[in-house]
Write a protein that binds this ligand. Structure first.
Ligand SMILES: Nc1ncnc2c1ncn2[C@@H]1O[C@H](COP(=O)(O)OP(=O)(O)O)[C@@H](O)[C@H]1O
Ligand SMILES: Cc1ncc(COP(=O)(O)O)c(N)n1
Length: 294
């Protein structure tokens, strides 16, 4: 079951908003809600808007979350998650999809089945970015222990692109990266789990003055360098990166071009990050908002 309406996004210039009255391309986030608005579906929707894409959501869980961490969460029934995916795919069409917090193994499997039914995933009509979110940046679990195996063994093989951070690399593969030199081994180990492309995020290498993320397709490595901004406020950074990449994919960009676009987007978002609350503030989407007075 795929959308009855053609995906209308243009091939060129990811990030440019659609002209008034022009239907933008569409992107779907399959993720949890962050009540603090910094990560999860809230970050994804802000990013989709800033990237000129119509954002849609399949909500997986509701978290009780602020700048200090996740106090609680409730996962939605897997059938409801799958129904959201099928419903928007059938009527609105999905140009690209991304996953974030999936909470439970049953939700992971429901997402995999719904993606198969809606032609989402590697080798199908709609590219899928899998951000294998396991925990919040404060270490609170967002994925049940038995769900990690479902992500590793069943979800990653249908990913067009997987975007693990270094903690997720260790959980998924056992590879422990402590410096830039270890990124290639990490990329090879994650690629061996089945995604078509892997982007290893280097944000956690705090001693490195640069954040050199690494893209790998099983044959070639592409380094994506960027200056490290001296800020602790990077809440929602991984979601924002994956959502900006999905935005570019929804507009027809090939993976390397979409990832380069996403890197440019996240560098600006981190540079504009702001303190909010007593803990960790969010990366910013405001840098993309036009300043015209209303
Ligand atoms: N201090 C920083 N300055 C610039 N870019 C950063 C910084 N921290 C993270 N990034 C970038 O943000 C993205 C998310 O990185 P990372 O923090 O590793 O993942 P996650 O948010 O999933 O834990 C990556 O592109 C990374 O290079
Ligand atoms: C609902 C939800 N999804 C994802 C994250 C990860 O984001 P971060 O690593 O910045 O805490 C989160 N904290 N909450």
């Amino acid at each position: 079951m795929t959308g009855t309406h053609a995906v209308t996004g243009t091939r060129a210039a990811p990030g440019v908003p659609p002209a008034p009255g022009v239907t933008p391309s569409t992107a779907l986030t399959i993720a949890g809600s962050d009540s603090g608005g910094g990560a999860g579906i809230q970050a994804d929707l802000k990013t989709f808007l800033a990237c000129g894409v119509h954002g849609m959501t399949a909500l997986t869980a509701v978290t009780v979350q602020d700048s200090l961490g996740v106090a609680d969460f409730l996962a939605l029934p897997p059938s409801l998650v799958a129904a959201q995916i099928r419903t928007v795919a059938a009527d609105l069409g999905v140009g690209a999809a991304k996953t974030g917090m999936l909470a439970s193994a049953a939700i992971v499997d429901a997402v995999i089945e719904a993606c198969a039914q809606t032609s989402i995933g590697a080798g199908r009509s709609t590219p899928l970015v899998v951000d294998p979110v396991a925990a919040s940046m404060h270490g609170d679990s967002l994925l049940a222990e038995d769900a990690l195996a479902a992500v590793r063994d069943r979800l990653l093989p249908i990913a067009t692109l997987a975007t693990p951070n270094l903690d997720e690399v260790r959980l998924l593969t056992g590879v422990d990266v402590t410096s830039r030199d270890g990124l290639r081994k990490a990329a090879e180990a994650v690629h061996a789990l089945g995604p078509s492309w892997v982007l290893i995020k280097a944000g956690h290498l705090a001693a490195d003055p640069e954040c050199v993320d690494l893209l790998f397709d099983g044959a070639d490595f592409v380094e994506l360098p960027g200056p490290r901004t001296g800020t602790p406020h990077t809440h929602g950074g991984g979601d924002t990166l994956a959502a900006s990449i999905a935005s570019a994919l929804s507009r027809g960009c090939p993976v390397p071009e979409a990832v380069r676009f996403g890197k440019r987007y996240i560098m600006r978002a981190v540079a504009g990050a702001y303190p909010l609350g007593a803990g960790t503030g969010p990366v910013s989407a405001f840098w993309r908002v036009a300043g015209d007075p209303i």
